[in-house]
Design a protein around this ligand. Structure first.
Ligand SMILES: Cc1cc2nc3c(=O)[nH]c(=O)nc-3n(C[C@H](O)[C@H](O)[C@H](O)COP(=O)(O)OP(=O)(O)OC[C@H]3O[C@@H](n4cnc5c(N)ncnc54)[C@H](O)[C@@H]3O)c2cc1C
Length: 482
């Protein structure tokens, strides 16, 4: 793909969609490059999505959570970095990092909260029109919290709007199962604060949890921590078999908190305190209306197995990008993963069971409408293996490209910790993943470890997917050419 050395309309700002960690890291990079920008955030605060899981402990330590440009800006302003090895909750990430960053004098005047981007177009052109498309600025159609609409012209758009607002449904076909929408009041999408604000809803209740990724583990472990009369009766629904691969790399995971989460979950699953429904693919959600089960729901699988009545079901079957924003842009997304086409093969969970991701930057994140970039969690589409470090490298490269420094944009400056194994909310059909390019993605099924994977022969050692899980596998060290 041919790319301009410099985007036109340099008098216009770069619009960043979303003030999450990756959007704000983009802002810090734009400050560094002295490029005018505007961050549009739908929520009423920076980090609005993270605020919804503020009670959840992350699995990365602080040293993997702070962007380098943001660190420099904050340090100049007297910010004291948290201990490198400490592992924050989402709330601490907000309080100790994102809020100070959003409040930094070189960023804060250019962050607009309560501003939801509805669509991005080429100014005055729909998707079909060729015209002088590449020369037109972007028009960012925005709805503000007071109901006012505004069209903001932009020289380039960095879309860091994440996926947390778009949870995948219960229905195994990727669309809501019959009965799912009607019974939405009995379903909770995301990770509830079981020990905090949502306690009354879950204490002593008959609870279903659907999903097998880290979000499900967090919810299940929180439910298991309630005792006595508050102890809920928990049923866990997964599409795979249980087995070691389901719980991730455990002691082999270089992110030790993530390994420990998988280990705690395995012990809980083995304890007999949960009713575990394996190979359960939700086909129908039934409402129960009479007697002691009034107001409960029953899940039915595609092979006709029915659950016991449930007071509430926690749905953690993955997240997906909101593609409506780019309805009138020319974007190139992988048809399965919904990530930019050049990035998708690098992250496709059908291909990469270990979650190791080759370095990538502005080229992989570009689209046919040059100057629009998908970054952060959204850039991974439906793949669940995104790490913030990856996002920070993405925006470093993208901003360098926008600023016209292609040499720096091409450089790779990323080293990621080895994941041990992916334990995912979006999942692989069939058995392996290293070798099977064509296996369909399903949700809630786990991948095997590379070392267990029969696909990984000794000759595969160059493939990060097949590398031994006990050793760290850096993606690249120091500057390298993509
Ligand atoms: C429970 C949980 C734990 C995680 N733990 C880790 C971890 O330990 N380590 C790690 O590296 N990663 C972790 N991740 C993955 C990932 O790093 C986070 O999801 C991270 O928040 C992604 O950052 P982001 O900036 O891409 O998106 P988000 O943080 O989701 O930010 C997107 C922002 O865009 C805003 N927005 C959405 N739509 C619009 C719109 N149309 N217009 C304007 N604004 C909009 C949202 O309100 C939000 O503020 C975790 C994820 C979850 C869910």
């Amino acid at each position: 793909m041919q790319l301009h050395d410099q985007t036109p309309h340099t008098d216009l700002p770069v619009v960043v969609i979303g003030a999450g960690p990756v959007g704000l890291a983009a802002a810090a990079r734009l400050v560094e490059e002295n490029v005018p920008f505007l961050v549009l955030e739908a929520g009423d605060r920076a980090g609005a999505s993270i605020a919804r899981w503020a009670h959840v402990r992350l699995f990365s330590p602080w040293r993997y959570l702070v962007d380098d440009a943001a660190r420099s800006l904050l340090s100049e302003a007297g910010w004291r970095s948290p201990e490198d090895d400490g592992i924050p909750t989402g709330g601490a990430l907000l309080q100790s990092y994102l809020e100070p960053l959003a409040a930094h004098p070189s960023i804060s005047p250019f962050v607009r909260t309560g501003s939801r981007v509805k669509t991005v177009t080429r100014a005055g052109l729909d998707k079909l029109s060729d015209g002088d498309r590449a020369e037109r600025p972007f028009a960012v159609h925005t709805e503000h919290a007071d109901g006012q609409d505004e069209v903001i012209l932009a020289r380039a758009v960095i879309d860091a709007s994440g996926t947390y607002e778009n949870p995948s449904p219960l229905g195994t076909s990727g669309v809501p199962a019959p009965g799912e929408t009607e019974n939405a009041g009995r379903l909770y999408y995301g990770i509830p604060d079981v020990r905090g604000v949502d306690r009354a809803r879950f204490a002593g209740a008959r609870v279903g949890v659907v999903g097998s990724g880290h979000s499900a583990f967090n919810a299940l472990l929180d439910l298991a921590s309630l005792n006595g009369a508050e102890r809920p009766h928990v049923s866990w629904f997964i599409r795979s078999e249980t087995g070691p691969a389901l719980f991730g790399g455990e002691d082999d995971d270089e992110l030790s908190e993530r390994g420990a989460l998988g280990k705690r979950m395995r012990l809980l699953a083995e304890s007999g305190d949960l009713v575990v429904h394996t190979k359960f693919r939700t086909a129908v959600v039934h409402a129960e209306g009479d007697g002691p089960t009034a107001g409960t729901v029953i899940l039915e699988s595609d092979d006709g197995v029915r659950s016991a009545p449930l007071d509430i079901v926690i749905v953690v079957t993955g997240f997906r990008p909101d593609l409506s924003i780019t309805r009138e842009l020319r974007v190139a997304l992988d048809p399965a993963v919904e990530a930019p086409v050049a990035l998708a093969p690098l992250i496709d969970p059908n291909l990469h069971s270990c979650g190791t991701v080759p370095p990538h930057g502005f080229r992989e994140l570009s689209h046919p409408d040059e100057g629009y970039y998908t970054v952060g969690m959204k850039s991974y589409g439906r793949a669940p293996t995104f790490l913030l470090l990856t996002g920070y490298e993405q925006v470093r490269s993208v901003v360098k490209a926008i600023a016209g420094d292609l040499e720096a944009a091409e450089r790779v400056e990323l080293v990621l910790p080895e994941t041990g194994v992916c334990s995912t909310d979006a999942i692989i059909g069939g058995t392996s993943s290293c070798c099977s390019a064509s296996a369909p993605i399903e949700e809630a099924e786990a991948t095997p470890t590379a070392s267990d994977d029969p696909c990984c022969t000794p000759t595969d050692s160059a493939d990060p997917c097949c590398a031994p899980t006990s050793e760290p596998v850096p993606l690249s060290i120091g500057p390298a050419k993509r």
